[in-house]
Each structure stands twice: as C-alpha cells, then as structure tokens.
Design a protein around this ligand. Structure first.
Ligand SMILES: Cc1ncc(COP(=O)(O)O)c(C=O)c1O
Length: 392
C-alpha cells in the first residue's frame, strides 16, 4: 500500500497548480518589492495582484490584507495588536476567548495576562462548542477583544462565530472581534462579513499552499497596531521583506479553494462520514469526540478516543501500515499533557490520552478509507490484548 495521508489538519500537500503559479516569482521575478528599480517594481506587482485577489475572495479591499508568515503570526499579531491599541485608547484591558483555541491564541492571551491584561476563557459543552450564555455574561464595557476560532483543529467543532460576534458587539460596540479561520477556510464561508469579525487569520499550508505564508485581515478602521517593527513593508503594518511567492501562492490556493469548495466539501464529507459512522461499529468502545452531527463539524474531520489503548501506540501502529494520522493537534504530539481541548470538553485524562484524529483531503480515495477501516480495528485489538490487565 502506498502511504495514506490522513492528517490534512496538520498540513496539506501543496497543489501543483499553486506551485506552478508561484514558480515565476521564485525563478524570474525575485526582486525585493521595496526596491524602486525594475526588478523591485515587478515583484511589487505580484504582491499587489496577490493582495487584490485575496481581498476579493474575502469580500474586502486590498488595504485590509496584511501578508504574514502563517497562522501563528496572524493570531499573535491580531490579538496583541488589538488589545494594545484598545488599551492605548483607554477602552479597557479585558480579553475574551475560549478554552479550546489553538495555542497560538491561548499562549498569546496568557502572555497578555502577564502584561497586565485580564482574560476570560469561555467554557465549551461536551461537543466542544462555546457557551454563548457565558460569552454574553463575560463581555462588559471594559472588554476590548473577543477571539473565537471558526473551527477547532482537533475535534472539528464549528463555532457560532457570527452569533458570538453579534452578541459581543451588542454588549459593547467598541469590541474588536477576531477569528482564527486557519482550519475552517476552504470548508465553510469564512468571509469577515459572514462571520461579523474585524480581524481574521489564515494560513496557506492548510489550503494546499506552502508553509511560511498567511494573512491577517484587518477591517478598515479597526483599532489595531503593528507587532512586527522595522521596515515600512505592508503599509507599515508588518515589517520585513515580503514572501512574494508565498503571498502569490496563498492567493492561488485561496482561489482554488473558493472555486472548488462545493466539490471538495462533498468529497471530504463522503469519506469522513464513512469514518464517523463505520469506525465506531468496527471498533468497540470508540468514543467519537466533537459533534456526532456531521453538519456541526468540519467536513474533513473525524476524531475519537479508544478506551484502554494508548493513542501514541495507535499512531505508531498506523504509521507501520503506511497511514499518517494524528492524536489531535500537531503541536501537542510528543507532549504527555492531555489535550486541553478534550479536557475542556469534559473528557477524562485516561481517555484523552487515547485520541485519534483523521483528517481527509482532496487526494484521498474510497479505497484508502477501506484500507484504514480494515487496519485500524486490528491495530486497536492487538494493542488492547497487550495492555496490562487485559486477558492475553
Ligand atoms: C486553528 C489553528 N490556528 C493556528 C494554527 C497555526 O498555524 P501555522 O502552523 O500556520 O502557524 C494552526 C495550525 O495547526 C491551527 O490549526
């Protein structure tokens, strides 16, 4: 069997069409876009075009797009930039987020707490969905930033970002709302208008683009200040020579994702639903994590925990039969701490250590899913038979 890649939430294989679109920038038009001579201006035109395309796809204007190095940088810049700008305007120092955000968000908010800000981490229900009543209660006159992810990277839960944004703005019209749309892009409508947000983070490598490229959308007029200082690139909002090929690749990847969204989503859904509904039938004591309702989770995400088995061993067992999978988020792999997302959902530590995430992509096939559905029950059964306390 050829390798079966089922970890598209960690990163996606670059689409050859994206690489082809980027190639002229790497090979021919490699000038520094800040230079005034021909080579620089040529590179600048690529950047302008990338910006115009990204803006069009997001329903904004080019001045609202800041190219970054990816999701982590966009999240850091969004939250810090808004919290500091709001504080400077004397509006307050309270940030609201959820307990299930990516660490790029959580660690940024925690750092801001160390710098004197206050934070509320909203609880979620057993599906990983944020508690809107708790949100309404948390937002007050001194709340300056709400950051809520569009979809969870571990269990795929779609968050009610539009409702949350509307509730927060009704409570405090000055609040800045950010969403981390890194996982949701390409699967649902993540335009800032649809979500009602002021700031939005995207990463190219989750969209069949390349690593090291992303964007931060900043709605015109949003209180926000730059976090990367130095040169005057990106209209003085993000210093540093731009990754021109990366930005152009991001625009190409977004364009393909937007144009092909319906067919990609239908394909993901078909394969993912087989995992969601067939796997629990084949492996006893499988606990699906995240919503069982396929409409309430990302179309390409399946996640579960297996009782009485170590998650890491399942991953190694899968790798040995040529299947790439994850225990949850790439960032917690290798960590002995149970996932903060599963813990927030009320899953006990033992079960949380036995988590598996399978995220399908546009290159996966039915035959590959057949293969996984054949291999996985055997792997889990073998591991359980070896576990201490189990009859051999
Ligand atoms: C929801 C979410 N936000 C942010 C990130 C970080 O993105 P990047 O790897 O581009 O820094 C990830 C990556 O897994 C993610 O899933």
């Amino acid at each position: 069997m050829e390798r079966v890649y089922l970890d598209h939430a960690a990163t996606t294989p670059p689409d050859p069409r994206v690489l082809e679109a980027m190639w002229p920038v790497f090979s021919r038009d490699w000038g520094n876009p800040s230079s005034i001579y021909l080579e620089g201006q040529t590179a600048h035109r690529w950047l302008d075009e990338a910006r115009a395309r990204c803006a069009r796809l997001l329903g904004g204007d080019p001045g609202e797009i800041i190219f970054t190095s990816g999701g982590t940088e966009s999240d850091n810049a969004a939250i810090r930039g808004a919290a500091l700008a709001q504080r400077e305007r004397g509006r307050g120092d309270h940030i609201v987020t959820s307990q299930v955000e990516h660490h790029a968000v959580l660690h940024t908010v925690e750092q801001l707490e160390r710098e004197g800000f206050r934070a509320t981490y909203l609880p979620v229900d057993s599906d990983g969905c944020v508690d809107l009543a708790a949100l309404e209660e948390a937002v007050g006159p001194g709340t300056t930033v709400l950051t809520l992810m569009a979809a969870n990277n571990e269990v795929g839960t779609l968050q009610p970002v539009a409702e949350a944004a509307a509730l927060a703005k009704a409570r405090n019209p000055d609040i800045v709302v950010h969403t981390d749309a890194v996982q949701a892009a390409g699967s649902i409508d993540i335009t800032p208008e649809a979500l009602g947000v002021d700031l939005l983070s995207l990463a190219s490598h989750k969209l069949y683009g390349v690593k090291g490229a992303g964007l931060l959308y900043v709605r015109r007029g949003t209180p926000w200040q730059p976090q990367m200082l130095g040169g005057s690139q990106e209209r003085e909002r993000r210093a540093g020579t731009e990754n021109v090929a990366g930005a152009f690749g991001l625009a190409a990847a977004m364009e393909l994702a937007w144009n092909e969204r319906d067919e990609r989503v239908a394909h993901y859904r078909r394969l993912r639903d087989r995992l969601l509904f067939e796997l629990p039938e084949l492996v006893p004591d499988t606990v699906v994590t995240g919503p069982v309702d396929p409409d309430r989770r990302l179309p390409n995400n399946f996640s579960c925990c297996f009782r009485n088995v170590e998650g890491e061993s399942v991953l190694l067992g899968l790798d040995m039969v040529e299947v790439a999978a994850s225990s949850g988020s790439a960032c917690t792999t290798g960590s002995l701490e149970p996932s903060h997302v599963l813990t927030a959902m009320g899953i006990d530590d033992d079960l949380a250590h036995a988590s598996l995430r399978l995220t399908v992509g546009k290159g996966n096939t039915d035959e590959q899913i057949d293969y996984v559905l054949e291999q996985l029950p055997e792997i889990v059964e073998r591991l359980r038979s070896l576990a201490p306390g189990q009859p051999s």
